[in-house]
Write a protein that binds this ligand. Sequence first.
Ligand SMILES: NC(=O)c1ccc[n+]([C@@H]2O[C@H](COP(=O)([O-])OP(=O)(O)OC[C@H]3O[C@@H](n4cnc5c(N)ncnc54)[C@H](O)[C@@H]3O)[C@@H](O)[C@H]2O)c1
Length: 386
Amino acid sequence: MSKVKTGIIGLGSMGTAHFNSIGHLNNGVVTAVCDIDPARLTFLRDRKDIQVFTEPERFFAEGDMDAVVVATPHYGHPPLGIKALQSGRHLLVEKPVGVHKKAVEPLLAEAAARPGQTSAIMFNQRTIPAHRKIKQLIDEGELGRITRVNWIISDWFRSQAYYNSGGWRATWAGEGGGVLLNQCPHQLDLMQWFFGMPVRILAMGTIGKYHDIEVEDELTALLEYPDGATGVFVASTGEAPGTNRLEITCDRGKLVFENGVIRFSRNEMLVSKFTAESELRFGVPDCWDVTIPAAGTNVMPHRDVLENFFNVIQHGGKLVAPLAEGIRSLELGNAMLLAALKKREVTLPLDGDEFETMLKELIAGSTYRKKGFDGKLNTDEFGSSF
Ligand SMILES: NC(=O)c1ccc[n+]([C@@H]2O[C@H](COP(=O)([O-])OP(=O)(O)OC[C@H]3O[C@@H](n4cnc5c(N)ncnc54)[C@H](O)[C@@H]3O)[C@@H](O)[C@H]2O)c1
C-alpha cells in the first residue's frame, strides 16, 4: 500500500505523539517536520529520510509532503492551516480549530473552496466505542425525544506544574482560554455531535479558581435547545477525583454514561404517552435497567483519526471529523465564556466580533506573568495530557 507523505508542524507533546503514531500506520509516513524550537527536533538528527525545518515558510515551500498535520498552540491553527491548503496539501488540524470563531472562518472558507483537498480535525474522542454507541442510539431514535442533558466533565485535573510547563499555556495572549479551549473541546464537540447546537446559553465561570492562571479553570453553563430541551455543562481542571458523567433524559427513559459504562433505564412506555394516558395519579412507567455494550477495543483514538485521514485522501469516504465541524465546539466554548465573563445570556449563532473584542480586551488588560516555566518539555507527563 502506498503511504501519504506527511509533514507535521509543531513537534511538542502532541506533534511528537502523532509522529510516533504515524510510524505504526501502513497508509501514512512522516517525510517532513517543522518546529520553531530546534530543541524539539534534535531526536531526528540521524534520520536522513525526514526533512527538518525550523522556519514554517521553508517547510511549506520545500517540504516533500502531500498532507500537513498542524499541532502547534491553538492561535497558529488557522494561519498555518491556510498555508497548508494554499500550498496544495491535505490538512489535519489539532483541536481546537482555533481560539475564536472569527479567527477560524477564513480557514474554513479556504477549505470549502478546495473540495479536492481533504480537511479534517483531530476529534479523537469520536472514535471511542462508547461515544459512537451513544451517537448511534440517538441517531436511530432509540432514546426518543431528548428533553434534558447534563454533562459533568471535571476529570481533566491539571496541577500548577502543567500550566507552568509551556510559556503559551493558560494565558489570554498565548492560549486564548482555559478549560473550555484546551481540555473540553472534546466534550463540547461530542455535545454538538450528539445533541446539535443550543440557541441560548447562560454561564458562571471562574478565572484561576484553583491555579495561578489568568484563564478559566471552572465553568458551569446552562443551555437551551431549539426544541426546548435543556442542558447543563460543568467543566473543571481543579477537582480530584473528578467526574465524567453524561446523563441524557429522554422520552424512553434515562441514559447515564459514567466510568466508561453506558447504563440505560428504559421505560416500557414512552414518558409522554404514560403522562397522557395513565390513570394512576402517582404511577411511573415500568422500567428496566440495561448495560449497553460498546463493542470494540479501540485504545488508539488519535491513531485511528490519522489512519482515517490517510484513507480518505487515498480512497475517499467519510472522515471521522471534517474540519468544518470544528467551528461548532469552538462556538459553544466561546459562547459559554462570553456568557460567564459578561454575566449575561448569549444567543447562538454567536456574534464572533463581540467575542473577539472581549478577547482583545482581556489580552490588553493582562498583568499576569508566568512563574516556573523552564522552557523544557516534560515528556514524562505526556501520557496524561489528553
Ligand atoms: N487531540 C488531543 O487529544 C490533544 C492533546 C493535547 C494537545 N492537543 C492540541 O495540540 C496542540 C499542541 O499542544 P501541545 O500540548 O503539543 O503543545 P506543546 O507546547 O507541547 O507543543 C507545541 C509545539 O509547537 C511549536 N510551535 C509553536 N509555534 C510554531 C510555529 N509557528 N511553527 C512551528 N512550530 C511551532 C512549539 O515550539 C512546540 O514545540 C494544541 O492545540 C492542543 O490543544 C490535542
